[in-house]
Structure formats: structure tokens, C-alpha cells
Design a protein around this ligand. Structure first.
Ligand code: HSE
Length: 408
């Protein structure tokens, strides 16, 4: 019997689930590949053999230790000594991906990372293989299960952000420190990886503009329901004017027909748009130990059978930070003559065109809720600054992007 030796780094939620899954499925994998996978050792930050010893007795390293150090050094050493590596480490790939992919190519080994983006949803493989023949225009994703769960719960029950977050943590969706989830940084790392594959351009996490959901109020979700819009934390990567690329993460409203509008709870989904293929959407569990472990095991099995590698970055699209977007605008105003006129004047000055407007409440409860047509974000931000300074405002203005379906 030939054995395929798997060295495991990390034994947290995903690592322990992976170790269990590997043992459970070893017989089945042996029947498929002719090799029996076995754990050759487990190394965590606080226990286990030294890394060189583990490396010595492994054919493949599964890196689930997370973070940059020592993960980067371990992965590099493994690749440079001819071991395949499977990782779910989005921070590492979004900050050091080029160096790691280069090492994998140079040493002719595989670096697989399906579990790093959207849990078990097979989006990496689809971008690298199935859609390799398509010129991609745009990628939209719900790539953070924690925030999608929180927004779904706030919308469903009217509960506060903090209560929904506590529940997400209890269910094991959130990162150990949920700051990266709620600020959008976790989703930004995943979008950097997706953008790299979709547009063949190196994208570093620092080049992704991101906003989180900490400022979303329960009444934003209430208005969303009335306007028949779904509120999601959306990641986007979009080709701009042929040679530009904008990558970002922000809360956004979606019209009901959008393929991501009905994705709820901890589910993730990614929509890939290209003129040739119109659109492809994949969805499924995006977080959780057993789910991510299943994606990791899938990568291990693929690495046991021959190759797939991430090619060098072939394009150098320029990263664009000011793009056009439609917005929802929520203004708490004084209910008196001329208010709408003042707001309209400021919007017109910045070339912002109003698509729909409703007034909610009266007197000291008055609110103007608007949706505006697509406009350059810088112009919209300038209008927001001016509106914030108007004496008729009772609170700072709130704005959330609105995404419309392109291939409707
Ligand atoms: N905390 C992440 C999420 C886990 O909520 O999506 C998967 O990366």
C-alpha cells in the first residue's frame, strides 16, 4: 500500500475538522487515487514537532495555522523543498500570493487554496479552470458568512448588530477576532484573491477599498424591505475602461432580480459576469469548520492527482479607486419649506441625479430616503459633505451603494 503523507499546520476549528475528515475518507480516497492519505503529524503554534521534522516526513503540507507569521515561512519552505501545499489562508495569499505562486511554479509543485475564498463554494477552481477561456468583466461576491448572517438576522428579527454578531460567533462563523469580518477586511482579502485570478493582475490587499457593516442601522434594513431591496456586504472586482481594475467591498442594496439578492444566512455566493458567458453564479456554505475542511480535503485529493498551477500574472491592469455607483441616501431633516430644494441643489451641483425619493415621517421625525442614478463616487462623496453641512440636517447623512443587475 502506498501512503501519501499529509502534514497539518494548525488544529483550530478548520484544522481539527480536516483531521477528522481525512481519517474518515482515507479508504475512499485510496480507492480513487491509489494512494492512502495519512496524517504525518500536526503542528500548532504551541505544540508538535519542529517544522523541519514535519516537512521531512510529508508529501504535502496543509496550512491552517492562519495569519502571516510563521505561515508564510512554512509555506515557502514547503514549496521550495518540493512539497505541495494546500492552504485556506486568505490573509497570506492576498498579501504574499505572488511570491508563493512563483515559488510553486519554480519548484513544480501545487499550491491550492479553494478553502480561502467562499468556504466550500468551488469558485477558485471555476476561475482557474472552467472559465479560463472567458474574458471576465465583473465579479460580485458575498464572501463573508459572518456579515451575511448578521445582516440577515437584523433584517429578519429587527435585532441589534451586537446581538447578531454574538450569535454568529456562537455558531462558529466569525474569525477568532471578528474585527476583520465586520470591517470588511476579511472579504477584501478574498476579493483580492478572486480579482487576481479573474483579471490575471497582481492585486494586493492594500489595493482593495473596503467598508464594513458596523454603521448599518436596523432601520436601513426596514427601508430596504419597503423598497424591496436586499442589503448585503458585497465584494466587487470590475474591469474599468479596458485597462483599469477596481476592487472593493462595501454594504450595498440589491434589486430583487440580482442573483445575490436571495443569498441569506452564512451562505456565500459569487457571480462572474462576462459578455461571452453572461453570468455564472455559485453559492453554498461560506464559513464553518466542516464546510471549509471539505474544501481543503478536495484540494488535497486534487494535489494527489496531477497538476494545476496558478500561472504568472499576465496583465497589469491599473487599479482604479473612483468608480461610478448608484446610492441609497438617508437624510434626517427638518420638515419645513425649501428642504428638498436645498438637497436637490447640492445634488445637482455634483451631477447627482435622483432616481426615486420618498419622505418618511413628519416634523422632527422627517426623513428623506432617496436612490440616485450611478455617479462617480468622488462626486457623490462631495455632495454628502455639502449636505452634512446644511443647517436643515438633524443627523449626519447615511449612504449605501445600490447594485443593479447588468444582464437582466
Ligand atoms: N469568518 C469567515 C466568514 C470565515 O465569516 O466568512 C471564512 O473565511
Amino acid at each position: 500500500m502506498s501512503v501519501f503523507r499529509v502534514g497539518l499546520l494548525g488544529h483550530g476549528t478548520v484544522g481539527s475538522a480536516f483531521a477528522r475528515l481525512l481519517e474518515e475518507h482515507a479508504g475512499r480516497i485510496e480507492r480513487t487515487t491509489g494512494l492512502r492519505p495519512e496524517l504525518s503529524g500536526v503542528l500548532t503554534r504551541s505544540r508538535g514537532d519542529s517544522f523541519p521534522e514535519l516537512l521531512e516526513r510529508s508529501d504535502l503540507i496543509v496550512e491552517l495555522i492562519g495569519g502571516l507569521d510563521p505561515a508564510r515561512e512554512y509555506v515557502l519552505q514547503a514549496l521550495r523543498t518540493g512539497r505541495h501545499v494546500v492552504t485556506a489562508n486568505k490573509q497570506l495569499l492576498s498579501q504574499h500570493g505572488e511570491e508563493l505562486w512563483e515559488a510553486a511554479r519554480e519548484h513544480d509543485v501545487q499550491l491550492r487554496f479553494e478553502g480561502a475564498v467562499a468556504g466550500v463554494v468551488p469558485v477558485i477552481r471555476v476561475l482557474q479552470e472552467s472559465l479560463a477561456g472567458a474574458v471576465i468583466d465583473r465579479v460580485h461576491g458575498i464572501v463573508n458568512g459572518t456579515t451575511n448572517f448578521i445582516l440577515t438576522e437584523m433584517g429578519r428579527t429587527g435585532c441589534a448588530f451586537a446581538d447578531a454578531l454574538a450569535e454568529a460567533q456562537r455558531l462558529g462563523y466569525a474569525e477568532a477576532d471578528p474585527t476583520d469580518d465586520v470591517t470588511g477586511r476579511d472579504a477584501a482579502a478574498k476579493m483580492a484573491i478572486l480579482a487576481r485570478l479573474a483579471f490575471e493582475t497582481p492585486v494586493h490587499l492594500d489595493q482593495v477599498r473596503y467598508e464594513g457593516i458596523e454603521r448599518i442601522q436596523p432601520d436601513d434594513l426596514e427601508y430596504a424591505r419597503e423598497l424591496e431591496l436586499g442589503l448585503k456586504l458585497i465584494g466587487t472586482a470590475e474591469r474599468i475602461d479596458g485597462d483599469g481594475l477596481a476592487v472593493g467591498v462595501y454594504p450595498a442594496f440589491l434589486y430583487p432580480g440580482h442573483p445575490l439578492a436571495s443569498v441569506n444566512g452564512p451562505f456565500n455566493a459569487v457571480t462572474i459576469e462576462s459578455e461571452a458567458i453572461t453570468e455564472v453564479t455559485m453559492s453554498g456554505p461560506g464559513a464553518g469548520g466542516p464546510q471549509t475542511a471539505s474544501a481543503v480535503l478536495g484540494d488535497v485529493i486534487s494535489a494527489m492527482i496531477p497538476p494545476a498551477s496558478t500561472p504568472p500574472a499576465l496583465e497589469r491592469l491599473r487599479i482604479v479607486s473612483d468608480v461610478r455607483s448608484s446610492f441609497y441616501l438617508h437624510l434626517e431633516v427638518a420638515d419645513e419649506p425649501g428642504v428638498l430644494a436645498q438637497v436637490s441643489q447640492v445634488l445637482a451641483l455634483q451631477d447627482v441625479s435622483v432616481k426615486s425619493v420618498v419622505q418618511k415621517g413628519m416634523r422632527d421625525q422627517a426623513r428623506l430616503v432617496m436612490v440616485v442614478h450611478p455617479v462617480l463616487e468622488s462626486r457623490f462623496a462631495a455632495a454628502m459633505d455639502m449636505i452634512a453641512g446644511l443647517p436643515i440636517m438633524r443627523a449626519p447623512p447615511r449612504a449605501i451603494r445600490v447594485i443593479e443587475e447588468q444582464f437582466g
